[in-house]
Design a protein around this ligand. Structure first.
Ligand code: BDR
Ligand code: CA
Length: 309
């Protein structure tokens, strides 16, 4: 199985992405989970990660990372994710604790000691990953690729131009996009097509324990989606995992993507060079479309597997 580290800020859709990975151990081996301040403050989202793992009885190391972005103050996503960062289901306290190592040290150690190059799956702000690459550039060689959720070529969600994960830490995102490591970018272009609808959420709530919990997560999460005017809820973060499992469900194009850090209205925007003769070689596969029905099936099957455990 392909070794991965999930760097996240759970986060409703982060939680679902983690479950999707855990349900596919024959293809993905989750070496650990690292947390980063994003949807909520670090303590809260780390606690959410631990509770989630405890709920599905997955004893996987969790390492705490950056509290906030490289520059400036943390902007949270409390409006979408609530006071706890993962409002909705009431999960019992976790039987697990975070490891002593910080996220960056944890990642270096696991990447260096891995028998195979590791794939990073960042689904929160890119602070931890940027710190890793800046402090230990030698690990780049042992990172197979980065499958991240962030950005959007057509539009943003925090501002007209910027998507949340990039907006929270544009400097970090820039370091990651300029790192030379192959990137698969699940931005809003694809994630807003990876929607789950109300009848599907209702179906989840008729199933087993893990599916029901995910249904409850989505009940809360969909309140904000409706406020934004969507007729379903975008499963942003699960796209970054689903692409590793079944890339054939997605359409993508290779572009050179850079991150705007200075713009008056565009700070945190991902800019793809779409010219016929781009200035630089592509650094990213940008996911643009998904077979939504097959994607939902992949997710439902994964949750069903966890229900049976
Ligand atoms: C991203 O921002 C967060 O709110 C979600 O967890 C996702 O990672 C979507 O813009
Ligand atoms: Ca996230």
């Amino acid at each position: 199985a392909r070794p991965i580290i999930i760097d996240c800020d759970p986060g409703h859709d982060d939680a679902i992405a983690i479950l999707l990975a855990l349900a596919n151990p024959e293809r993905l081996r989750v070496l650990g989970i690292t947390t980063v301040g994003g949807n909520q403050v670090l303590e809260k989202i780390t606690d959410n990660a631990l509770k989630l793992l405890s709920f599905v009885d997955a004893d996987i190391p969790v390492a705490m990372g950056a509290k906030g972005p490289l520059l400036g103050k943390l902007v949270t996503g409390a409006e979408a994710h609530g006071e706890s960062g993962m409002d909705g289901p009431v999960l019992p306290p976790s039987k697990f604790r975070p490891v002593r190592q910080g996220a960056v040290e944890f990642m270096v150690e696991r990447i260096r000691s891995s028998d195979r190059p590791v794939t990073l799956v960042p689904i929160g702000p890119l602070t931890n990953v940027a710190m890793l690459l800046a402090a230990y550039p030698d690990v780049k060689e042992k990172i197979e690729r980065i499958s991240l959720m962030g950005g959007g070529l057509a539009y943003g969600n925090v501002t007209a131009a910027a998507e949340f994960n990039i907006y929270v830490d544009p400097e970090a995102a820039r370091i990651v996009f300029e790192s030379g490591i192959p990137i698969a970018m699940s931005g809003l272009d694809v994630t807003d097509k990876a929607m789950i609808y109300e009848e599907e959420i209702a179906e989840l709530k008729r199933r087993g324990k893990v599916s029901v919990m995910v249904g409850e997560l989505l009940d809360f999460y969909s309140i904000y989606s409706r406020k934004l005017g969507f007729d379903g809820s975008s499963l942003h973060d699960p796209c970054a995992v689903a692409w590793l499992l079944q890339p054939e469900l997605f359409e993508s194009k290779a572009y050179c993507v850079t991150v705007e850090t200075k713009g008056e209205r565009t700070r945190g925007m991902t800019v793809a060079d779409m010219r016929r003769k781009p200035g630089d070689a592509p650094n990213a596969h940008v996911l643009l479309d998904v077979d939504r029905d097959a994607f939902i099936r992949l997710l439902f099957d994964a949750l069903e597997r966890l229900d049976r455990q």
